[in-house]
Write a protein that binds this ligand. Structure first.
Ligand SMILES: [Zn+2]
Length: 445
């Protein structure tokens, strides 16, 4: 199929795909524990109907626990590579208290965008896959393995399943449609993700709580000691100050600072902290955060008491290419070494998940860049992602040598996980065209 034919076929498929996406948004498919299961099952059935209409018969993939994934396969034509298409049908919760302007589960068009929870993250990814398959009338020029997960936003059972059945997920190219351009109409390819490590740090100073007046002064209390210790994690300018962590300057596109401020909801006057570009700070430098503290009581219950012990949960986003176990060890060593006043410090691992770096220089990456350039009419740039998707490393291990294409319709305005999530239909259309062009190139067309 020629690029013109693929473009025309995707455009023709779009009205129906957008109607199906709106229907998919109506299912509140939050897979978190404690949320109703029925809408999750309904969303999965809806995904299966949507794919059947696109020419792909799917089945439920029982992962041994939790919600099944949707699985579909089309055998590769002789000599053609196999491409795995990934997206997820579960969503984040959408409480009205987040500030929604309309019912999150009634998809509505406003100012050219479709609003609703999951419209972007990641039901738009399913729409992209459906539109791509429709363009080939169910006969793509490559082999297809399609997996639509139902537990991406919560504790996922897919990773363990891939580890147990790596052969099922073997593919030459993995297309993960759960990303997006920063700005609508400006194509990017995501090539790295940061990893994530966490530990707990506990400080002990006394063998019992003390009256803050009678004893306060000479004896360090644990909470103040913990504050001093945690403060050593940043320098004056707000850079992460843990020596020895991997970091590099982001070589691709930058993230516009004004857009970042707006998307982050930074209040007027609050400074952007740390050295380097926004892109480097988000995608290729380590970032340390404190996620929780145990020890001090809530203010309403706080008496005049010095605390004997206090504990914090410390998290570190690590740069692509860094070894999570090594970075976690560096963080823990820093915490042990910076304890003030001889206080007792104990650290414990919580988790260490890999960063991700897409293999570069392969034919699929080049074809994806060319496909984006054709679909958008401008050259794409390379970006990273500050978040982590542990599944990618698992897929990479199941399919050594596979290339990874990370893209999608979740632009910065999509406000995924927040109020008034939305997607631009043109982004879905352009991404489906790009994906169709990519499959055609990979299939030798
Ligand atoms: Zn997602």
């Amino acid at each position: 199929m020629s690029p013109e034919t693929i473009t025309a076929a995707v455009k023709a498929a779009m009205p129906e795909v957008m109607t199906e996406l709106a229907e998919l948004v109506s299912h509140a498919s939050c897979a978190f524990p404690g949320f109703p299961a029925e809408p999750v099952h309904a969303a999965r059935k809806s995904v299966m109907r949507m794919l059947a209409k696109a020419g792909l018969e799917t089945r439920e993939l029982d992962l041994g626990a939790g919600y099944p994934a949707v699985w579909g396969e089309i055998e590769a034509p002789p000599g053609a590579p196999t491409v795995l298409l990934y997206a997820h049908y579960d969503i984040q919760p959408a409480p009205m208290a987040q500030g929604w302007d309309s019912d999150p589960f009634k998809a509505v068009m406003r100012d050219g965008r479709l609003y609703g929870r999951g419209a972007a993250d990641d039901k738009s990814g399913i729409a992209i896959h459906a539109a791509t398959l429709r363009a080939f009338a169910g006969k793509p020029p490559v082999g297809i393995k399609l997996v639509i997960e139902g537990e991406e936003e919560t504790v996922s059972n897919l990773e363990a399943y891939v580890n147990k059945h790596p052969e099922l997920f073997k593919a030459d190219v993995m297309i993960i449609a759960d990303m997006g351009n920063i700005t609508c109409g400006e194509p990017v390819l995501t090539t790295t993700l940061r990893g994530h490590v966490q530990c707990s740090v506990e400080v002990r100073t006394l063998d019992h709580p003390l009256h803050s007046g009678v004893f306060g002064g000479p004896a360090p209390d644990a909470f103040v000691s913990l504050i001093r210790l945690l403060n050593s994690l940043w320098d004056e300018r707000g850079n992460t100050a843990v020596a020895g962590l991997r970091a590099f300057d982001w070589p691709g596109a930058d993230y516009p600072v004004d857009l970042y401020r707006e998307m982050a909801g930074m209040l007027p006057g609050v400074e952007v902290v740390g050295d380097g570009s926004i892109a480097s700070k988000l995608w290729s430098q380590p970032t340390v955060s404190v996620l929780g503290i145990d020890g001090p009581p809530p203010i309403a219950e706080a008496g005049n008491v010095l605390l004997p012990s206090a504990k914090a949960k410390v998290a570190l986003r690590i740069a692509p290419g860094a070894d999570p176990d090594a970075e976690l060890a560096i963080l823990e060593k820093h915490l042990l070494a910076h304890a003030p006043w001889g206080v007792v410090v104990e650290v414990h691992d919580i988790k260490a998940s890999d960063a991700f770096k897409a293999p570069m220089g392969g034919p699929a990456m080049a074809a994806a860049m060319a496909a984006l350039a054709t679909a958008y009419g401008k050259a794409p740039s390379e970006v990273g992602s500050g978040g982590s998707i542990p599944l990618l490393e698992t897929l990479a291990k199941a399919s050594p040598g596979a290339e990874f294409i990370l893209w999608g319709a979740e632009d910065a305005l999509a406000n995924i996980h927040g109020a008034n999530e939305s997607v631009h239909p043109d982004e879905i259309e352009r991404m489906a065209i790009a994906q169709g062009l990519l499959l055609a190139t990979l299939g030798g067309q």
